[in-house]
Design a protein around this ligand. Structure first.
Ligand code: BJW
Length: 243
């Protein structure tokens, strides 16, 4: 199979971290950890109640220390290291489980929990403690100007040029554990397909954009992704035997 492919783009969503114990966003009751997603993941929500939003992200940042990468993160990292071609990993997730799973490069299009953004000077800086009204920006030294470095609804996702460039070059596109409800990420499969890529969806259930994919692999990412990566790498070693 791998002889067919040389440039892979992987898009991951909350489902890839679910087996690590990180909650996904869209539970059936429409609430996310007891909050409406719009209340905590929008600039309007932050303007209305900054303390609530800071507290919500402070808890999630602290909870990161209690979770570990799962076999899906490890398998993706292995693919990035061992595949004899290009592998671009784009994640919508704000956790650091891909990095801790060994991924050499990760495009975090929705920002990162372990980063703070200064509303005064625009500086993004690594941050692993709590954020609040008394936090001081390391660059401009203002206080009360730091917010979570997260892309909220209505804001422009990060690294879109890099994502689009990789999608236009891709010959294989994988979407792992994402509901296909949030754009622009939900439109990536259509872009990759237009560029001629083969597209595979890994999910427990069909996503909102399932019909755009050529193949569906149903089941937990922590089981299905390692199996699939094993198969691809075995096949690629058979095609290209090296001493
Ligand atoms: C498993 C599993 C297991 C579980 N194994 N699978 C109308 C039409 C089109 C667009 C818009 C519209 N109105 C507004 C918009 C734009 C808006 C949008 O898309 N809204 C929709 C709700 C309609 N988008 C934006 O505002 C974005 N910005 C933007 O568009 O800027 C303009 C622009 C234009 C053109 C080009 C570029 C830009 C910004 C979006 C920001 C999203 N932010 C969030 C929150 C921040 C992160 C945080 O706090 O943690 O990001 S929302 C939330 O959703 C989070 C996620 O990254 C994102 C995607 O969710 P994801 O990852 O798919 O998770 P779930 O929970 O939805 O799904 C989990 C999946 O896993 C499920 O399918 C499960 O089945 C599966 N699963 N366990 C395998 N073990």
């Amino acid at each position: 199979m791998s002889a067919r492919f040389s440039r892979i783009v992987i898009l991951t969503g909350a489902g890839v971290s679910a087996e690590s114990g990180v909650p996904t966003f869209r539970a059936s009751d429409g609430l996310w950890e007891n909050h409406r997603i719009e209340d905590v993941a929008s600039p309007e929500g932050f303007a209305r109640d900054p303390a609530l939003v800071q507290h919500f992200y402070n808890l999630r940042r602290a909870a990161l220390k209690t979770v570990q990468p799962n076999p899906a993160h490890l398998a993706i990292a292995r693919l990035q290291r061992e595949f004899d071609g290009e592998v671009t990993l784009i994640t919508q997730n704000v956790d650091d489980l891909h990095e801790r799973g060994g991924s050499p490069e990760v495009l975090h299009m929705h920002g990162e929990l372990l980063s703070a953004l200064c509303l005064q000077c625009g500086q993004r800086s690594s941050w692993d403690g709590g954020l609040g009204a008394d936090s001081i920006c390391r660059k401009c030294r203002h206080d009360g100007t730091l917010r979570p470095d997260i892309v909220w609804f209505g804001e422009m996702p990060y690294l879109q040029d890099e994502c689009l460039e990789a999608l236009h070059r891709a010959d294989l596109f994988l979407a792992i554990g994402t509901s296909g409800r949030v754009y622009p990420a939900a439109g990536f499969v259509a872009i990759a397909k237009r560029a001629g890529a083969h597209a595979i969806e890994f999910n427990l259930e069909p996503s909102d954009v399932s019909r755009d994919f050529d193949e569906h692999i149903s089941g937990p990412a922590g089981v299905e992704v390692p199996k699939w990566v094993d198969g691809l790498l075995k096949d690629s070693n058979r095609q290209d035997p090296r001493p």
